[in-house]
Design a protein around this ligand. Structure first.
Ligand SMILES: [Zn+2]
Length: 315
């Protein structure tokens, strides 16, 4: 397959060959073989357009001129590898001002493929309008579950900064990621991945600490009305922590197979023993202690989940 971006008045002078096009992109399951057997795709391009829009192309092309690495016919061929050929065609259409060849809507995967090219060739300025248009057409509704699409969104918004969308998708990842955050070989900055992992682990660590804190208060008699009240709540709490694999030494960072949202949901469903064991503490009422009230108070005071909007998010 071949594309020509030259015109009569501005003829192409460079061939950009895309070798092994369309290799696996953001593979969720490890593919056995990521190489592509598809024939190379060639793009006849105008070097001046590439130089004016991309510092990466400029460095390659002008560097070669300086070094006299031109081909015999005066051309200066370029090579690329593995990119998606359609994403490359769209980007080159923008570089050559062929806006009628650029689609008004693209899929989320295509948007991410284009964004990765924007990052690699430093095409932020020339692609700004189109990225903005595509992001707006795809952002409603935004994802509320963890999966490949969410990771694509995090990649897109970390390259093309859209603060509000980035905050939303990052929070969904912190809430719903069931282990270490996966970047799927995408150019997601380490800072972003570290932020998600750190916030997620801090929240889970805080939950476990709050359960241990309740356990300590029942053990040292600082809560509960009687020996029976404290013992039965303590027993139920330890049983819950055992069932949920939350006892000390059983689970530790990165807390695999456990999400923040799911842990909160399950803590809220923690069974509490019957109230028959409470003593009458005054003529007006009896002890109101329950595990659900203690855990709810701990969750409400947890600063690690303050801005995560967990109630609005379903698994
Ligand atoms: Zn009691």
């Amino acid at each position: 397959m071949s594309f020509n971006f030259g015109t009569f008045s501005n003829p192409s002078d460079t061939i950009l060959t895309l070798n092994s096009p369309n290799t696996a992109f953001a593979a969720w399951d490890d593919p056995q073989d990521t190489t592509s057997n598809i024939a190379p795709v060639t793009f006849r391009v105008v070097s001046q357009n590439l130089i004016q829009t991309s510092r990466v192309f400029k460095a390659t092309l002008t560097g070669r001129w300086k070094e006299g690495l031109l081909t015999e016919d005066g051309g200066n061929d370029l090579e690329a590898e593995g990119w998606d050929s359609e994403a490359m065609r769209i980007v080159l259409s923008a570089i050559h001002h062929r806006t009628r060849d650029i689609p008004r809507r693209v899929t989320l995967v295509m948007l991410c493929k284009i964004t990765v090219l924007v990052e690699y060739y430093e095409l932020h300025d020339i692609m700004y309008f189109f990225l903005d248009l595509w992001i707006h057409s795809l952002q409603d509704p935004l994802l509320k579950a963890y999966g490949k699409d969410l990771i694509l969104w995090i990649c897109i918004t970390s390259i093309f900064t859209s603060t509000n969308i980035q905050r939303i998708v990052t929070n969904v990842a912190i809430s719903h990621c069931p282990g270490e955050f996966r970047i799927l070989d995408l150019p997601i900055p380490e800072l972003v991945a570290n932020h998600i992992n750190t916030r997620r682990e801090a929240a889970l660590r805080q939950f476990i600490a709050s359960l241990n804190d309740i356990k300590s208060k029942l053990l040292d008699d600082t809560t509960g009305c009687s020996f029976e009240c404290r013992s039965i709540h303590l027993g139920a709490l330890v049983k819950y922590m055992y069932d949920e694999r939350l006892l000390d030494g059983v689970t530790e960072p990165p807390f695999e197979d456990r999400s923040v949202a799911d842990t909160v949901k399950r803590m809220r469903k923690m069974p509490s023993p019957s109230k028959d064991w409470h003593m009458q503490t005054s003529t007006y009422g009896s002890c109101e202690l329950s595990l659900s009230s203690l855990t709810e108070a701990a969750l409400r005071s947890s600063d690690a989940i303050q801005d995560l909007e967990l109630d609005d998010v379903d698994d």
